[in-house]
Design a protein around this ligand. Structure first.
Ligand SMILES: Nc1ncnc2c1ncn2[C@@H]1O[C@H](COP(=O)(O)OP(=O)(O)OP(=O)(O)O)[C@@H](O)[C@H]1O
Ligand SMILES: [Mg+2]
Length: 188
């Protein structure tokens, strides 16, 4: 637990010192990779996220999804859970409790209808585990909807040997970094 907390602080600091230009370049590469993956091409509904604080910005992939007629969904915090709301390009977003832009209105979507979930994070490891801000939102979400296909997106330096996963941590099936695409093999 202490290890996890220390790593979280260290990796938040790492991400903060990256320049805007660096993040933009990494984000462009990641989006370019994302939109070529079969999971993206086949998906009809994708759960995206809005980037804050030097997180990878996936809005370019979001625009491509709209252009291709896919349904774009964003999470909205509701207590300790996340609701999923459909968004269209012209829709207004407003900052929620965590400073994350969220849909104001919009159709609520059954999360199980998402064919692919794009997940941000503070750090990730090669087993597909992720470290977030410590709220446990994505873990609770994925334990409720275990069949969702999830891809983590990260600037390459956010890949670490281990994020010290705990039993409640829900792994991802793919990672897309600014340099590589990892398919996570199930080991246990
Ligand atoms: N399935 C679950 N049911 C109940 N509580 C959970 C569940 N998953 C996680 N939590 C709670 O969330 C807390 C924070 O989890 P963790 O440290 O893994 O956060 P995180 O993955 O970094 O956060 P986030 O997903 O919000 O970015 C855990 O200590 C745990 O109490
Ligand atoms: Mg977790």
């Amino acid at each position: 637990m202490e290890n996890k907390q220390k790593l979280r602080q260290k990796m938040i600091a790492y991400r903060e010192q990256l320049s805007r230009e660096w993040i933009e370049r990494a984000s462009a590469r990641i989006c370019h990779q994302l939109i070529q993956l079969p999971a993206f091409r086949h998906a009809k509904t994708i759960l995206f996220y809005m980037a804050i604080k030097n997180e990878v910005d996936v809005s370019q992939a979001m625009r491509v999804a709209w252009q291709e007629g896919k349904r774009v969904v964003l999470p909205r915090v509701n207590g300790s859970n996340m609701d999923c709301l459909e968004v269209n390009p012209q829709d207004e977003l407003q900052k929620g409790n965590w400073g994350i832009p969220e849909p104001k209105n919009g159709k609520v979507i059954d999360p199980d209808q998402s064919d692919w979930v794009i997940v941000p994070g503070v750090a990730f490891d090669r087993k597909g585990y992720r470290l977030g801000y410590g709220g446990g939102y994505y873990d609770r979400f994925f334990s409720k909807y275990p069949h969702l296909q999830r891809v983590g997106v990260l600037e390459h330096g956010q890949l670490v040997p281990t994020v010290y996963p705990e039993s409640h941590d829900q792994p991802l099936q793919q990672l897309v970094t600014s340099q590589q695409v990892f398919q996570i093999q199930k080991s246990d």
